[in-house]
Design a protein around this ligand. Sequence first.
Ligand code: SPV
Ligand code: MG
Length: 285
Amino acid sequence: MRELVHIGAAPSFLMEAHDALSAAIAQKAGFKGLWASGLSISSSLGYRDANEASWTDLVNVVERMADATSIPILVDADSGFGNFNNARIAARKLHRHGAHGVCVEDKGFPKMNSFVGDRHPLAEVGEFCGRLKAIKDTISDPEFVLVARIEALIAGHGQEEALTRAHAYADAGADAILIHSRKSNPDEIFAFTRAWQNRLPVVIVPTKYYRTPVAEYCAAGIATVIWANHNMRAAIAAMRDVCGRIMRDGAIAGVEGDVATLEELFDLMNYDELAAAEERYLPHA
Ligand code: SPV
Ligand code: MG
């Protein structure tokens, strides 16, 4: 994961996945790393992105994603599920079950998705630094990446607060800073990166400012771009479409050409490996 969250000539990209299947699809498409999105995982479990899913729910999903892939996974650990103690326990479990890094955001518990409503109370800086330090002290794996996510711009506190927090989180041992924005242009992100000067690598989530060309992220020295929810939103659109058409037609002939073939599914889940293993391990007649 370290090589995907480092300052280089061009940003790295993490693709959202929310279960084993979406993770396998992202890997097959060529992505070098995954974002285990809290929003997408919550949605796929039938929960709101407001800590309705438990941290053990998250561990279970991440384990399945890790089993289905061989690329690093940065896990969205929300605000750490409580205080420093909850955060370090959740991070340790996530690491043991396949996470190559966690991202924790400076809000309280329960958190609310950054694009929903206007109430995003921030954690007190010192208390949040304690969560970061506890995670760092708990996980000794040098490859493990701790991303500290700043919600100051989301909460409407402005650049100065964002920068103060970024420096405090760097001092507390974070490996990278995720600066988040809900604006439809990247102005406040670039204002942050100009002032921050890459003291630590910067991670962004351009869900709302999606029109910005990647070249502008390169120019701003951004380390990592997260495509945060697009597998889940693609699945919603595809399933809505196919359900509507089958319902309307009362038949499946019309959609056959537009859905994945069974062969593609068997290939994704590596049925050939099982056939080869049967050949090797089952007794031959
Ligand atoms: C997620 O994907 O769950 C994120 C990014 O945390 S956002 O939804 O933009 O908060
Ligand atoms: Mg999230």
